[in-house]
Write a protein that binds this ligand. Structure first.
Ligand code: ADP
Ligand code: MG
Ligand code: ZN
Length: 483
């Protein structure tokens, strides 16, 4: 049976949080009464002229820089023509063959292009069951019409449903940190379309793709992509072709239904927008965009955690994508000891305790709001590293810290959780007893089979109720069985 590899490319629409619309002075709004933020321009009335929003260009350049794109010195607006009730002009002003930004990369996904355009109006479809104004017609709310958008198009570089969930989360954190958008999927300020194909593993050609429209949460995006990959593989295994079409994913039933196929695809008859001049991205505009960028973006933060602090890639990403975790981690890293001296906390050891912490306070919670002060977590990590407390005992200390806060040293003292040592606590004697209790295992270790050491270590762990350090026990056993 052929093994298949998924190939996924994303097209992401982001509403920019400017004060006014893309080509007129109407205010941006969300959830206001319908059709109160309109004017001749965004209603497409004859004779009204667009004027480009310079703040939207500024945000577009910031996004391009954050994604490592080339910013075009000169880019163009085009008219994308189609008829639909949400588009009063009969065309959308967008960018076509000369976009604002090209190339670039975020994490392990290359960016194809980033361009500016305007959003369409919002259609409220209410069926017979959900009537408004006593009818079952559709209603158009032009408040949204003309909202500034950037469209970010990736190369087909994603390879799994999980990545189709994780990568947009990195993008969202990045955009949020730039302050250019609310990036809220439920409210529609971040909208993701996924292009999906599969191909035999090892093949370098792209398979026929389908497009999943407008997934409204990262979870559904992952599930929709997974369902579509399975559907395509099943087709190919039956010897049937994948049709190029646009699909809608229904999370309730985990099924995909066709919206439109490529044969009915629009010919948009793009042509240059005659009412707007080209965007000239000057050195001053680039400098202004750079000046508004945060000092460190999430992808850079992840790279620093991995490269400079030695964190594993998953933890580095977790802390970088969830800024509250990264911030907490850094506060703990910087924490001074109770004696006022700068304490050296091992970053890797510390990093392992933050997932442990959020596991206890709720995986979506911000540890800054918990009972555990960053200093306390740093102290705990340091005690583990120094083998003053065993890993098992430290987990118990953490549970106490989450419940009642306070100082880990005090808890260790009060609960008698300090690590047992060979000299003070008779750990050596226990090791002797373990060896005596299992001569067969001891003999194996003596003859060099280190896997046999497990039961001996386990014996001491049990006897000490986890308070002895595993590494220390192992060291003592090997010492006794050496030679
Ligand atoms: P279209 O002309 O149908 O819009 P594009 O070439 O512009 O297609 O690509 C649109 C998006 O689809 C991009 O994100 C791209 O990476 C992705 N894409 C293109 N071809 C494939 C494919 N065969 N499989 C998966 N994604 C693809
Ligand atoms: Mg496209
Ligand atoms: Zn307007």
């Amino acid at each position: 049976m052929t093994a298949y590899e998924p190939v996924i490319g994303l097209e992401i629409h982001v509403q920019l949080s400017t004060r006014t619309k893309m080509f007129c002075g109407c205010k941006l709004s969300f959830n206001d009464p319908p059709n109160i933020h309109t004017c001749p321009t965004c209603l497409g009335l004859p004779g009204a002229l667009p004027v480009v929003n310079s703040r939207a260009i500024h945000f577009g350049i910031m996004i391009g820089l954050a994604l490592g794109c080339d910013i075009a010195e000169r880019s163009l607006f085009h008219r994308k023509n189609y008829f639909y009730p949400d588009l009063p002009k009969g065309y959308q002003i967008s960018q076509y063959d000369v976009p604002l930004c090209r190339g670039g990369r975020l994490g392990d996904v290359r960016i194809h292009r980033v361009h500016l355009e305007e959003d369409a109006a919002k259609l409220n479809h209410l069926g017979a069951s959900g009537r408004i104004h006593g009818s079952d017609r559709s209603w158009v709310d032009f408040n949204r019409g003309g909202t500034p958008l950037v469209e970010i198009v990736t190369e087909p570089d994603l390879r799994s449903p999980e990545q189709a969930r994780e990568w947009p989360a990195l993008l969202r954190t990045t955009l949020r940190q730039l302050g250019v958008s609310d990036v809220n999927m439920e409210e529609g300020s971040l909208r993701v379309d996924a292009n999906v194909s599969v191909r035999p593993v090892g093949s370098t050609e792209l398979g026929t793709k389908t497009e999943l429209k407008n997934m409204n949460s990262f979870r559904f995006l992952e599930r929709g992509v997974r369902a579509e990959i399975s559907r395509q593989i099943a087709l190919l295994e039956q010897g049937k072709p994948v049709m190029q079409e646009t699909l809608h994913y229904d999370p309730a039933t985990d099924t995909l239904t066709a919206l439109r196929s490529k044969e009915e695809a629009h010919d948009y008859r793009y042509f240059p927008e005659p009412d707007l001049v080209p965007i000239l991205a000057t050195e001053e505009m680039l400098a202004a965009a750079r000046a508004d960028m945060p000092a460190e973006l999430p992808a850079e933060r992840a790279a620093r955690y991995e490269g400079e602090l030695g964190l594993n890639a998953d933890t580095a990403r977790l802390f970088a994508f969830r800024t509250e975790l990264g911030d907490y981690f850094e506060r703990a890293l910087a924490a001074a000891g109770s004696d006022g001296e700068q304490r050296q906390v091992d970053p890797v050891e510390l990093s392992n305790w933050i997932p442990q912490l959020i596991e206890r306070i709720g995986s979506d919670s911000d540890p800054a709001g918990s009972n555990v002060a960053p200093e306390s977590l740093a102290t705990l990590a340091t005690m583990v590293k120094a083998k003053e407390v065993s890993r098992d005992a430290a987990r118990e200390v953490l549970t106490r810290l989450v419940e009642e806060g306070g100082d880990p040293r005090a808890i260790v003292e009060r609960e008698g959780l300090g690590a047992l040592t060979a000299e003070d606590d008779g750990l050596g004697e226990l090791v002797d007893r373990a060896i005596a209790a299992d001569p067969a295992a001891a003999e194996q270790v003596r003859s060099g089979n280190m896997k046999a050491i497990g039961p001996l270590v386990g014996y001491v762990m049990r006897e000490t109720k986890g308070r002895a350090d595993g590494g220390e026990i192992t060291r003592l056993i090997r010492e006794r069985l050496a030679g």
